[in-house]
Ligand binder design. Structure first.
Ligand SMILES: [Zn+2]
Length: 211
């Protein structure tokens, strides 16, 4: 049971605990044993994250993204995405602190929404017609469409109080629990660690009184 949970939390070396891939984009810079660690150091890592996050799904889209491994435009896009990730982190921190994103950040998101709209198409599924999002990137900047669409959904989220940071690390998540009482990024990563620490503190306290 625990092992399968861990498998679900880490996909291809990336953490997916946020319930929202756009928040897990923030979680591509976790603090590991050696300190803050960039999990998106190059285009190859970005390609793996886009597939692991479920943003790039179709065989055609995967092939297109894979063809960018040595593309300077893809490297440039990654640089822009990383700096956007940090501005999004600031906006999320403001929400977590009971404030709201800055007007400048909303203006930036609005501009990206305008230039990179998310396309949809009608498909027949089981005799019904359904509207599905269509993501078949042709150029590297097309990757903004799903990223900025998810950003807009997050910021327009009605329950900002469910956007939170783990109590013991830098990981952000969207709390989907019924009671809204989730405290940690994951039981495996921080939950158990904190429980063990509390146990050890109690134990040390006991020792101190007996000494
Ligand atoms: Zn944590």
């Amino acid at each position: 049971m625990q092992a399968s949970q861990e498998v679900n939390e880490w996909i291809d070396g990336f953490l997916f605990v946020a319930n929202r891939p756009i928040l897990d984009l923030l979680n591509t810079k976790p603090v590991l044993a050696d300190g803050p660690t960039e999990l998106l150091p190059d285009v190859r890592a970005l390609e793996r994250w886009l597939i692991a996050s479920g943003i790039v799904v179709s065989p055609n889209a995967k092939a297109v993204v894979r063809s960018w491994r040595h593309s300077t435009k893809a490297t440039a896009f990654l640089g822009q995405l990383i700096s956007f990730r940090e501005r999004l982190r600031e906006a999320v921190k403001r929400i977590e602190n009971g404030s709201s994103p800055t007007d400048a950040f909303l203006a930036e998101v609005n501009l990206l929404l305008l230039h990179h709209p998310r396309h949809t198409s009608l498909q027949k599924r089981d005799g019904m017609v359904v509207r599905e999002t269509l993501f078949e990137p042709r150029k590297t900047t097309d990757l903004w469409a799903p990223i900025i669409d998810a950003t807009a959904d997050l910021l327009a989220e009605a329950e900002w109080s469910r956007i939170r940071k783990c109590e013991s690390c830098v990981v952000h998540f969207f709390d989907t629990s019924k009671k809204g009482s989730r405290r940690w990024c994951s039981m495996n990563i921080c939950g158990n660690k904190l429980k063990v620490a509390a146990y050890q503190r109690r134990k040390r306290g006991d020792n101190a009184t007996t000494n």
